[in-house]
Design a protein around this ligand. Sequence first.
Ligand code: NAP
Ligand code: G4F
Length: 342
Amino acid sequence: MAVISGVTGQDGSYLAELLLQKGYAVHGLVRRASTLNRQRIDHLRNDPSTRGRFHLHYADLGDTESLIAVLTAVQPDEVYNLAAQSHVGISFRMPTYTGEVTGLGTVRLLEAVRTLCPGARFYQASTSELFGKAKEIPQNERTPFHPRSPYAVAKLYSYWATVNYREAYGMFAVNGILFNHESPRRGENFVTRKVTRAVAEIVAGRRESVALGNLEARRDWGYAGDFVDAMWRMLQQEEPRDYVIGTGESHSVRELAETAFGEVGIELEWEGEGVDETGRDARTGEIRVTVDPAYFRPAEVDFLLADPSAARRDLGWRPRVTFTELIRMMVRADLEVLGVTA
Ligand code: NAP
Ligand code: G4F
C-alpha cells in the first residue's frame, strides 16, 4: 500500500501507473481546486483493472490535519512525497509560499509518518537544483550543494529534514536527487513542454514563434517514465540511501529548440546576440524563436549533468529513452493533441 503526494502532477501520474501495475493499492493526495485538474490520472480512475486499488484523498501539504487523517486511515507501507510548488522561476515570485509547501510541507508529512506509521518507507523528491552553482561537473551524491532559487533553498531544507529523520529516528527515509525529467505530461510552463507545444502550434498555424529566456543553460533531460522506476527501486533497497538519478548527458536550451523544430523539418538559423537573438527557419527566413528577458531568472543554474553511476550499480537503474527520443515523443504528442501531422 502506497501513499503518493502530488499524484495529479507529472511524476505522480507515472508513479501511480507503475505501482498499480505492480499490484499496489495506491492512495493519492489531491488538493481542493475550483476546477478539477485530474487529467493526468483520469485514465487510471476509469481503468477496470485498477478498480478498488486507486483511491484519492483530499489533503494539502500546508494542512497537517489532512495528512494525519489520510495516514491514520491508510497505514501505508510506502510514502512518496512528490508534492511541491515545483516551478523554479515562479519560486522567485512566491518565495514564502514555496518555502511553506516545498520546504515545511515535507516536515509536516515526515512528522505524520513518524508518529502514525514509523515503519513506512519514505521517498523525498529531491532535485539537481540543489547543486545550483555547481562545484563540479558531473554531479554525484557527494557534490556540495549551492542552491540558486527559493525553490532550491526549500528543497535543501527538505533534503536535510529527510536525512535527519533517518538519522534521528531510524526511519527508512531517502532522497532521490533527480535531474530534469520530462514527458508529454510535463507542465506547459517548463521549457521542454513550452517548446514542443509551440512547435506543434506553429505547424498547426496557430502561432508564429516562441519567446524563451536563457538559451545557454544546460540540463540533463530524461524521461519521467524512466525516473519513477528509480524512485520505487530506492524504496526496495535493504539500506536507506540517497541517489542521484539522471541520464549522464547534457544539452542546452538552444539544442532543445533545434531538436524540437528539427522534428518537424524546420532547421533553425541563429542570428543576433543577447535579447536581440532570433532563430529563423533556414528555408523561409521566418522568425521562430525570440528571446524575452521576462524569462531570465534572478540567479541561474548554468550547467547540470548527472553522474548516475551509484544508481546503476546499486539499483540496476538505467534510463531507456534518449534525449532525441524524448523530444520526438513530446513533439509527436503535442501534434496529436492539435490533430496535425508534420
Ligand atoms: P508537478 O507536475 O508540478 O506536480 C506537483 C504536484 O504537487 C501536483 O500534483 C500538485 O497538485 C501538487 N501540489 C502542489 N502544491 C501542493 C500542496 N500544497 N499540497 C498538496 N499537493 C500539492 O511536478 P513534477 O514534475 O511531477 O515533480 C514531482 C516532484 O519532483 C516535485 O516535488 C518536484 O519539485 C520534484 N522534482 C521534479 C523534477 C522534474 O524534472 N520533473 C526533478 C527533480 C525534482 P496540483 O495538480 O493540484 O497543482
Ligand atoms: O524547464 P525549466 O523551468 O526547469 P528547471 O528550472 O531546470 O526546473 C525543473 O527541473 C528541476 C530539476 O533540476 C526540478 F527540480 C524543478 O522542479 C523543475 O522540474 O527550466 C530549464 C532551463 C532553465 O535554465 C531556464 O532558465 O531553461 C531555461 N529557460 C529558458 N527559457 C526557460 C525558458 N525555462 C522556462 N521555464 N521557460 C522559458 O521560457
